[in-house]
Every structure is written in C-alpha cells, then in structure tokens.
Design a protein around this ligand. Structure first.
Ligand SMILES: Nc1ncnc2c1ncn2[C@@H]1O[C@H](COP(=O)(O)OP(=O)(O)O)[C@@H](O)[C@H]1O
Ligand SMILES: [Mg+2]
Length: 374
C-alpha cells in the first residue's frame, strides 16, 4: 500500500506550477509532514511571484484534501527574500541601536483587519512567557479590546494546555482555518494541528511557513491586538520570525535573577536589531507570598528586571508574583485573569495589560505638534 506521502506526491504530480512543471517534480517542496490525517508542507517560490503562485497553492490544497483520510491541509508558500536575515548590521558593543524615530520601519506587510501585533518573548524558556502572554491577552480583552493569540512556539506550543483546548480548528469557506475562540479570545496554535506527543522535527523554512500560514491563512477577523507567544531564544529562527511578523512591539518576560536577565538583554538586542520597539519588561516569578503565613520571600530575587529596564532605557511593565494559583490555573486551562479576575494576581496582570495598551497607543499616534493644556 502506498504511503500517504506517496499518495500526496501522486496528487501533486497532477498540479503544475507556474513554470508548467508538476509540483511533485519541481524540487521546490519542503519535506511533507503527514500526521494523523494532518498534512503540512511548503513550496518555495520566487518572492516576486507569490501572488501568482497562490492559485497553485490552492489547487494543491484541494488535491491533497481529496485524499481519503486527510483531515486538514496546510500548504505555505515560502519565498526567499533577497538579503533577508542578517542583512542589517548586528547591534553590538556599547552603542545602543535605536530605531531612528523618523524612519518608518521597513517590515513585512500587516494582516488585514489586525491592528497591533505584539510579541511576548524572552531569551529563555520556562520564565513564564506563555503564562504572561495569555493573561496579557485576557487583560487587554478586559480593557474592551478585541484580542487574538497566536502561539508561535511551534517547538513547544502551550495554548492547547493553557486553554484546555482539545478540538481541531475548522475551516471556513473551504480553505482558511478558523481560530478557536476561548474566553473571548481568537486563538491559534500549531498544537491544535499536531498531537502533543508527536515529536516534530522542524527545519528552518518549515518554521517560517508554519508561522506564515498561521498568521495569514487563518480567518482572524477584526482584531485590535494580536498577542504572539514567541518561541524562546534569540537564534536565527527567532530573528527571522521577528523580521517576518509585522510586529508593533515586543514585551520581554524575565525572572528577576541575573542569569535570566542576561537572556532578556539578548532578547531586547534582537528586537532592536530588527527595529521592533520594546514595549517593556515584565518581571515574572517575582516576590513569593506564602499563602499560609503571608511571609514574603524573594525566591529568584526581586527588582532585577526593573533595574535592567532602567539600565536599558525601556519601560518597566510590572511584576507578577510567583504564585501557586498562577501555575495551577495555567495548568488547568483557566488562566488567572479569566478564572480569578478579582484577585491580586489578575490585577497585577491587568495593570501590565493597561501599560502595554498605553505603549501601543503612544506608538500608533503621531506625536502632537502643539499641546494645549486643558
Ligand atoms: N508567576 C508565576 N507563578 C507560578 N508559576 C508560574 C508563574 N509564571 C509561570 N509559571 C509556571 O511556570 C511554568 C513555565 O511557564 P510558561 O509560561 O510555560 O513559560 P515559557 O512559556 O516561558 O516557557 C508553567 O508551569 C507555569 O504555570
Ligand atoms: Mg511557552
């Protein structure tokens, strides 16, 4: 019996590219990932012809979807951009690379009807990036904004667990995936499409195509803010991602201890390198207050991120305590801002959301020339 991959290739033999060559023979396909009825791969195309290739992509999706047993198909077009990653000089040494305020950022195109896209990032895993991202999104929702969350951590997607989502996204009008809606947030994660236990080996171009697909091939609807939970680290993958996603700003999450701050600094340098404004730093797992006796202990230290923010001249967005209920609610799929909205922890997170909103507002409005005192 032919394997699913062979069946896919056979179907793609009947779909010709713009050059008339069958897709199966172009050498432009990435590795085909076929898993439990979910198929995923990318086609590398000339950047100048992406629009024209779109119809080929759609025909390829239809062809693959017609194979019995295939439940969902994601095919992405990836284009090599001339002089993309690494083209800008690296920000090094003591000089502080600040984007010149007058120069508009040359970046990727935005997403129709999606307002500000905000990355939540850290140089390091396990500092609470996903926890902050989801609660920040809920805090922004509580401020009356329409919010989406994109889980861009394709190596360790967190949204399925954080929101206890086990269902699969449905397609709208045949081709585009609909985000899943939870707590009033539109959410999308590669974790909705692959099994949690499936080890996924992603190669560079696939990471990008997965992300591009989740950004641009999902019916996000109208959003004021999209919060992107970034993968940890400051390697090439993250840098490319920071360049490819039209980011309005970045929120850096750090724990208070020096080691984590070193990573936070790297994260900030990375975003500055691609001219993404830093909206500020959050100190997570800050002071621990014993729920039994009320004693404060600074398990990972305290105040490190605030000092670092001052030193790097970026806003300090606030502290989130190390708290059992934050972990428990996250693990149970009911983040604290949604499940205990009146508690102190939710308040700390909502205050952070308000500062992020203010930072975005200040960013998007041109500075007034004349200020009239009321
Ligand atoms: N402020 C906090 N207090 C207690 N536990 C936390 C806090 N922030 C995050 N955690 C827990 O720490 C673990 C790692 O957090 P996570 O958000 O997944 O980090 P990251 O996305 O940076 O890898 C999770 O189990 C999460 O519930
Ligand atoms: Mg995470």
């Amino acid at each position: 019996m032919a394997s699913l991959k062979d069946e896919i290739l056979a179907k793609l033999a009947a779909v010709s590219g713009l050059d008339g060559v069958p897709l199966s023979a172009t050498g432009k396909l990435s590795e085909i990932v076929a898993n439990d009825g979910k198929v995923f791969f990318s086609i590398t195309v000339d950047a100048a012809k992406v629009k024209a290739w779109e119809s080929v992509r759609e025909r390829a999706e239809q062809a693959v979807r017609a194979i019995p047993g295939v439940r969902s198909v994601m095919i992405a077009l990836t284009a090599e951009r001339a002089g993309a990653a690494g083209a800008q000089p690296a920000a090094q040494g003591s000089a502080r690379p600040r984007p010149a305020p007058a120069a508009p950022r040359q970046g990727p195109a935005g997403i129709p009807d999606v307002g500000a896209i905000v990355a939540v990032a850290s140089g390091k895993g396990g500092v609470g990036k996903s926890t902050i991202a989801i609660n920040l999104a809920l805090g922004l929702r509580d401020l009356g904004l329409k919010v989406g969350v994109l889980d861009a951590d394709i190596y360790g997607p967190s949204l399925p667990k954080l929101l206890a989502i086990r269902e699969r996204p449905q397609t709208a009008s045949g081709t585009r995936l609909r985000p899943i809606v939870r707590h009033g947030l539109a959410v999308m994660s590669i974790g909705f499409l692959v099994e949690e236990e499936t080890p996924m080996i992603w190669r560079g171009p696939m990471v990008m195509s997965a992300l591009t697909q989740m950004l641009r091939e999902v019916d996000w609807g109208t959003l004021d803010v999209m919060v992107v939970d970034m993968p940890p680290g400051t390697g090439d993958a993250q840098l490319t991602m920071a360049q490819q996603v039209p980011l309005k700003g970045a929120v850096i999450v750090s724990t208070p201890q020096d080691l984590a701050l070193v990573d936070a600094r790297r994260g900030i340098a990375m975003f500055r390198r691609v001219n993404v404004p830093i909206l500020g730093i959050v100190e997570n797992m800050s002071t621990f207050i014993c729920p039994h006796c009320g004693t404060r202990s600074d398990i990972f230290g305290h105040g490190g991120a605030r000092h670092e923010a001052e030193r790097l001249d970026v806003p300090f967005l606030g502290e989130v305590p190390l708290a059992i209920d934050i972990r428990e609610t996250s693990d149970a799929g009911a983040p604290v801002v949604a499940s205990a909205p009146d508690g102190l922890h939710a308040k700390a997170l909502r205050d952070i959301a308000a500062r992020v909103r203010d930072g975005l507002g200040a960013e998007s409005r041109p500075a007034p020339k004349i200020v009239i005192e009321a």
